[in-house]
Write a protein that binds this ligand. Structure first.
Ligand SMILES: Nc1ncnc2c1ncn2[C@@H]1O[C@H](COP(=O)(O)OP(=O)(O)OP(=O)(O)O)[C@@H](O)[C@H]1O
Ligand SMILES: [Mg+2]
Length: 470
């Protein structure tokens, strides 16, 4: 240390020198510090720059990763969307599959039911010749009421399960006779052979008539469920054909009658088969056994008919059964011999099984001998025992059955054989008219009908729609 004092100039100058050297040293020292500071600052700045570059790198890296992450997110979202769509598709195809499975199950159940029904029908058909047609109505329509056919006029059915006994010829002759008596008469052909139709058409057109192409005929009625709205008067008039406009007027005290017919042809057999199959499989909304009854109870009123005569086929078909359910009276034409007696007996048994089930109102009104020998319509003595045993066999089955018409048979006659060649024998042959054979039988039939007239009970009588629905 310098001992500084103000005692002498030397001391002062020494002091100044010392101070100067101190200051210089301090200055030097300050210069050195600045340089160091600057160096440090520069170093720091360089360090900061490195950090900034590093941070920039990291930032860029982060941005890059963020971009990648965004892309990944986008792809992820797209995949989620695709997955959602697939899920939706899966859900809807699952629903469709479930629907399909349900439909298949229903189909299987329906098939099983159809199989059972068919099996029952087959069992039924094996259990007797009328069992099939005695099937109960569809449960839906089974009102459990005794059936009562409400017909505005007598409906007379001519039937026998034996063929070729003269049913169609008899119906044509009787219908023509009743018409000449002043009645409005409808003859219905329910046999696909169309024998009655053929006689009526010959009467209508003569031998050169147009080919059969009737748009509305008996098979149209059997084909579909009856609805009154489907049968306005003009359509009924199209189906019901006038057989002749030249009816001889045998009764001048009465207004002239009319003879109509409801035609048929071979196509009926296809209709019958189709309807029967559908009925067995419970595929119909109505009971096809009552379609004609429903139609007739409507049409007979519209046309103001007095009598309907039905020509039945010699077999249990849909047409035959419709005839039975429509009719108020049954007449059984038969040849008078032993084999025909057995046929009538069988038919009586079948009738006694069927009628109570499908038409309790129908009355077995009598048996008519056809193609007999003799020429006055009386049954020859030699045939009476056979006729009696026929009558006995019938009454055995049907206690209230009508008689055998011993005094009114139809002999085998050339007037009939020849008459059918050109139309209805009763209208064609003066000799047949003069013989009074058809008139005699016709009158006995009308007497029997009057005796056993239809007695509809209003409380259970059914409308045409109800009939078709039973
Ligand atoms: N009284 C009669 N005299 C002569 N020939 C008759 C008589 N009745 C019917 N015939 C004739 O007998 C044949 C059979 O008659 P028809 O066709 O009327 O019988 P069907 O019982 O209706 O027959 P199917 O059972 O086939 O319906 C016909 O050729 C007909 O001309
Ligand atoms: Mg016939």
């Amino acid at each position: 240390m310098v001992d500084c004092g103000w005692s002498s100039p030397e001391a002062i100058s020494a002091c100044v020198a010392i101070t100067h050297s101190w200051l210089k040293m301090a200055g030097d020292l300050a210069g050195l510090g600045s340089a160091a500071l600057i160096t440090a600052l520069v170093g720091y700045i360089l360090l900061l720059r490195r950090h900034r570059d590093k941070l920039d790198g990291m930032f860029n890296e982060c941005r890059h990763r963020a971009t990648n992450a965004e892309e990944a997110q986008r792809q992820f979202d797209a995949r989620i969307d695709a997955a959602n769509q697939i899920e939706q598709k899966l859900t809807s195809s699952n629903t469709a599959l479930q629907d399909e499975v349900r439909r298949l199950r229903e189909g299987v159940a329906a098939n099983a039911a159809a199989h059972e029904t068919l099996h029952d029908a087959l069992e039924l058909s094996q259990s007797g010749d009328t069992a099939f047609w005695r099937r109960p109505s569809l449960p839906l329509h089974d009102a459990g009421l005794p059936l009562q056919v409400r017909m505005p006029c007598p409906i007379l059915m001519f039937a026998n399960q034996k063929g070729g006994v003269g049913k169609s010829t008899l119906v044509a002759n009787l219908a023509a006779y009743f018409a000449t008596e002043g009645f409005k008469v409808l003859a219905i052909d329910l046999d696909y052979q169309g024998t009655l139709t053929q006689q009526m058409r010959l009467e209508q057109f003569g031998p050169g008539g147009p080919p059969f192409g009737q748009a509305l005929d008996a098979k149209t009625i059997l084909r579909d469920r009856f609805r009154k709205s489907d049968w306005p008067t003009y359509r009924i008039n199209d189906a019901i054909i006038p057989a002749t406009n030249n009816l001889p007027r045998l009764r001048t005290d009465r207004a002239s009658g009319q003879l109509f017919y409801l035609a048929n042809d071979y196509e009926l057999s296809q209709v019958e088969r189709a309807v029967e199959y559908h009925w067995v499989l419970n595929m119909l909304g109505d009971d096809p056994r009552y379609r004609l009854a429903a139609f007739l109870s409507h049409a007979a009123e519209v046309l103001q008919l007095d009598y309907v005569l039905i020509d039945a086929p010699p077999r249990f078909t849909l047409g035959f059964i419709n005839g039975m359910t429509s009719s108020t009276h049954l007449f059984v034409p038969t040849v008078v011999d032993l084999s025909s007696t057995r046929a009538v007996e069988t038919f009586a048994r079948q009738f006694s099984e069927l009628a109570p089930r499908i038409n309790p109102a129908i009355h077995w009104a009598g048996v008519i001998g056809t193609m007999t020998t003799g020429n006055d319509g009386r049954l020859p003595q030699t045939l009476i025992p056979t006729a009696q045993s026929t009558e006995y066999a019938v009454r055995n089955r049907i206690p209230n059955a009508g008689p055998f018409f011993y005094d009114a048979t139809i002999p085998r006659s050339s007037q009939i054989t020849e008459g059918v060649q050109s139309g209805i024998p009763f209208l064609r042959s003066q000799n047949l008219q003069k013989s009074g054979i058809i008139q005699n039988l016709g009158n006995q039939i009308l007497d029997a009908v009057d005796e056993h007239g239809p007695q509809p009970s209003p409380s259970i009588a059914r409308s045409p729609e109800q009939l078709s629905a039973v």
